[in-house]
Ligand binder design. Sequence first.
Ligand code: NAP
Length: 301
Amino acid sequence: MDWDIKGKYCLVTGASSGIGREIALGLAKLGARVTMVCRDPSRGKAALEYVMDGSGNRAVDLMLADLSSQGRVKELATAYRIKHNSLHVLVNNAGIIMAKRELSVDGIEMTLAVNYIAGFMLTNLLLDLLKRAAPARVVNLTSSLHKAVRLDFDNLQGEKKYGRDLIYGQSKLADIIFTNELARRLEGTGVTANSVCPGAVSSNIWTHASKFVDTFFRILMKGPAQGAVLPLYVAASADIAGVTGQYFETGQHLKWTAVKTGGTACRPSDQACDLETAKKLWQVSASLTATDGLPRPSGSQ
Ligand SMILES: NC(=O)c1ccc[n+]([C@@H]2O[C@H](COP(=O)([O-])OP(=O)(O)OC[C@H]3O[C@@H](n4cnc5c(N)ncnc54)[C@H](OP(=O)(O)O)[C@@H]3O)[C@@H](O)[C@H]2O)c1
């Protein structure tokens, strides 16, 4: 399958800082048309200038949306459709860690809302554009921390027990399960879906992590530019054209270790590959969002 990112329409969420901003920069440097989705106007404008100046590419634009709100996600999808009406690469990157349990305007636990539900919705809402533009790609940012938890449907939103790492891990596990199910549902369409853990990256996300991580461990982490290498590879490389339903991980977390782009995917946790869990998560997500325009995979309900 031919694949060249030059001139392709790419949308990156969480592009105001950290890994997302570097993914946007990397795509712009490769000659893609990049839409950066940010929630704060001034941080967004600064990031847009950073990407334009750093790449020399003028085909970069900014769209604003607070992705914790389902209404804003829908408005974003509509506004994107009006503005560009084409999409080849969707990178669901926006993410948070929350020290305390908070609810979104829709009454959904905030970590789940931003890290998982927003990507589930945005992907569904823009799927027809991706299919029309195929070959196209969905890239979902996840974390190897998903291996430390299991998805508990009775505590998906921390209703019974809230722990920052537990709920973050569950949201990142949901990202992988969703990605794999999406890949199955998109078989034969030319749209691929893969998830990627960028490794441990020093970024704003750790502000709400434990003091130990935010102070001591952060010093050892690699920078956002290094953290963007693998996501960029999954989003843009011709090496993995047609590869779908895979989980990519660097295995390299510290700043002094070389970052391999790595063409080989690895196996996520057992539950991340479980078909029944995937089916149930899709149903739960559809009921939480009233957004489910996707065809069922062959052989399933
Ligand atoms: N850093 C790591 O070690 C690591 C490891 C594994 C996976 N990841 C994943 O990598 C992704 C990027 O994280 P990062 O490390 O680059 O963190 P970051 O620097 O904090 O970036 C997170 C991005 O998400 C945006 N965001 C947060 N809440 C939002 C909302 N409600 N609406 C719209 N945008 C929102 C932030 O915007 P603001 O600037 O407005 O806050 C920011 O642009 C996340 O999905 C994370 O889970 C990171």
